[in-house]
Write a protein that binds this ligand. Sequence first.
Ligand code: VGL
Ligand code: ZN
Length: 201
Amino acid sequence: MYPKTHALLVIDVQNDFCPGGALAVEGGHDIVAGINGLMSDYSAVILTQDWHPAGHSSFASSHPGAAPFSMIQMPYGPQTLWPDHCIQGSKGANFHPDLNTTRADLIIRKGYNPAVDSYSGFFENDHETSTGLNGYLRSRGIDALAVVGLALDYCVNFSAVDGAKLGFDVTVRQDLCRAIDLGGSLAAAITGMQGAGVRVG
Ligand code: VGL
Ligand code: ZN
């Protein structure tokens, strides 16, 4: 069907990023059916799962006096502080109940290092520590990625840009993503993705 070997990369479609969750993205649940419907078009389906230990350094609650959605400097650079979310083993960390997880070939967890956040499915926020996803995709001969999920301006954005930097042919399906949009982050993400050679469709 495709000239390249395509994978569908589904980013963080988890309860905490859907309405009612700890870091709810508006309309996050609206994309689930469309993502499920796309899965049969791809030779591989990979899900990412944000997976933080309690007390993670990206949580505002771990920094006395700091408000959620404020920024701090971490040894690896600026970091937005979030409400506690996607704590390992919690209901909020589970995939949305309607997401077709049966079809997934691989579930890659990220954000488990207590001291470093990980927006991208490829690298932690130090932009150095690999999750192993690049090696997995390469060893399966995958060279093109369609990226969908939550949130468009954070984890989808970082995953798509890293994928393009690593040499994959990357398309983001904007209709199957939803954004947090914090202080212009959505517009910046779209410009940044396009600048990195990501097709934003
Ligand atoms: C995400 C903020 C914190 C995301 C994850 O999935 O976009 N955003 N952790
Ligand atoms: Zn997170």
